[in-house]
Design a protein around this ligand. Structure first.
Ligand SMILES: O=C(O)C1=C[C@@H](OP(=O)(O)O)[C@@H](O)[C@H](O)C1
Ligand SMILES: C=C(OP(=O)(O)O)C(=O)O
Length: 469
């Protein structure tokens, strides 16, 4: 059978229409004084897209409160809608989800636009395998660069026919899911390139006739917190997930009742706002910070003190499941902001671009290690961060798995630049943090932040201007 290469969708699709127009390039706000304020953040992308999937494969309707509305979550909703789920936005901020008919054949060929969303391209295929039919997945030009090979391998072990219509191990993919239900109960995949290969197989496994055991065969799972998040969202809904050995997960089959859930604020996206306090010697508070969470962004509590900041967490007086996280940046004897070099900071995963901005504005050296897999993110983030640092006049040492930042004492002050963002929301917020301390910084395509935070320019301007966002 000859498979046509599906046409590329025009990018960017799925961006919320509510995104206010901002100038391009965007003049990044600068501040001479400390940034002080409180910022209320939208819901977590990673939690929202997991909960959308679980709600879409549940046995009955579900209600989500605080779900993120961004390009990535709209793309997920559109994909799940194409597979038969239905979403209703209530006036009160509640999202009602009617599940798709698991097991029923698809009425016709389904086309899924993944945009540049790793969670859509890696989570959707195994959901598609729950309905016999033909599903075509594609995305932005940049999505065709992101690794899919191990997932293709895993899907084939599940009995899904996969045609790689472009480069091997990349989008576009054409899935024939008619034989998937008869597949074995165990798959082995190498998830050293992305934790999402594991999450994508585990999330929907509860609805497979025999559940699924997923065995990781590679060196090390990057971003293991995200696998823990997958396990947690399943267990919280009563799904039995065993971890019989390191690198092996077993999702047992069973009912998945419709549920209600409140989505935590996005702690990864809290990073740039907290960094604003660090680099200006200011104080920023994020309310509704969960007391216990599987979000990677909870690590800001450990990372920011390494840059000389003080981090305080005040547990809510009525609701002890959340509290307020307050970060206060260091200040020298002269009253100027003082960011210390952090030394080695390992395994920052998606937090790395923000940590890189801190490292560029720190006095001493910082090394980000264990980040090779970021080359398969929205862009090759190691190359992008080194290239953008060079624009600001700083030579960063780029290794296969790490970045070395010299610190201001060695590099001298940064010079203003027009920052490129490579369709990467976190490269845009990286440049915004630099802009606080480097007047004249401009950012190309700041609207790319709509991937996970459509209101970023307004939230940022409000915080930097001293208003509460
Ligand atoms: O499962 C998730 O929600 C994510 C997993 C991580 O992917 P990688 O393991 O590919 O880094 C992370 O970087 C991404 O932003 C979100
Ligand atoms: C890597 C990221 O996204 P994605 O979910 O597209 O992989 C990210 O948000 O930093």
């Amino acid at each position: 059978m000859t498979e046509p290469t599906p046409p590329r969708p025009s990018a960017p699709s799925g961006a919320p229409s509510s995104t206010p127009s901002v100038p391009d390039p965007w003049p990044a706000p600068t501040t001479a004084g400390p940034v002080v304020g409180t910022v209320r953040l939208p819901g977590s992308k990673s939690l929202t897209n997991r909960l959308l999937v679980l709600a879409a494969i549940a046995d009955g309707p579900s209600e989500l409160r605080g779900a993120l509305d961004s390009r990535d979550t709209r793309l997920m909703r559109a994909a799940l809608t194409a597979l038969g789920a239905r979403f209703e936005d209530g006036d009160d901020g509640v999202l009602l989800v009617h599940p798709l008919p698991v097991g029923e054949p698809l009425a016709g060929e389904v086309h899924v636009d993944c945009g540049l969303a790793g969670t859509v391209m890696r989570f959707l295929p195994a959901v598609a395998a729950l309905r016999p039919g033909r599903v075509v997945l594609d995305g932005d030009p940049g999505a065709r660069e992101r690794p899919m090979g191990p997932l293709v391998d895993g899907l084939r072990q599940l009995g899904v026919g996969v045609t790689e219509a472009g480069e091997p191990g990349r989008l576009p993919l054409v899935l024939d899911t008619t034989a998937a239900a008869a597949a074995p109960e165990e798959v082995a995949v190498d998830a050293a390139g992305s934790s999402q290969f594991l999450s994508g197989l585990l999330l929907s496994a509860v609805r497979r006739p025999s559940g699924l055991t997923v065995r990781h065969t590679g060196s090390r799972v990057p971003s293991p917190e995200h696998v823990s998040m997958t396990v947690a969202v399943l267990r919280e809904r009563g799904v039995r997930v065993d971890i019989p050995a390191a690198g092996v997960w077993r999702v047992h089959p069973g009912p998945l009742a419709g549920f209600t859930a409140v989505v935590e604020p996005d702690l990864s996206n809290a990073g740039p706002f907290l960094a604003a306090a660090v680099v200006t010697g200011g104080t920023v508070t994020v309310p509704d910070w969960p007391t216990g969470t599987t979000q990677l962004g909870d690590r800001w509590r450990c990372i920011l003190p390494a840059f000389g900041a003080d981090v305080a967490f005040e547990v809510g007086s009525e609701d002890r499941s959340q509290g307020a996280l307050t970060v206060t940046g260091g200040v020298g004897e002269d009253g100027a902001p003082r960011v210390t070099g952090a030394g080695e900071v390992p395994d920052t995963a998606e937090l790395a671009p923000t940590v890189a901005a801190l490292a560029l504005l720190a006095e001493g050296p910082t090394r980000l290690t264990g980040i090779a897999h970021l080359r398969g993110h929205e862009t090759d983030r190691l190359a992008a961060l080194a290239a953008e640092a060079a624009r600001f006049g700083v030579e960063v040492k780029e290794g296969a798995d790490e970045l070395g930042f010299p610190g201001l004492d060695a590099s001298g002050p940064l010079r203003p630049a027009l920052a490129e963002t490579y369709h990467d929301h976190r490269m845009a917020t990286f440049a915004a943090v630099i802009g606080l301390r480097v007047p004249g910084t401009r950012v190309h395509d700041v609207a790319t932040t709509a991937k996970t935070m459509p209101g970023f320019p307004a939230l940022w301007a409000a915080l930097v201007g001293g208003e509460e966002a």
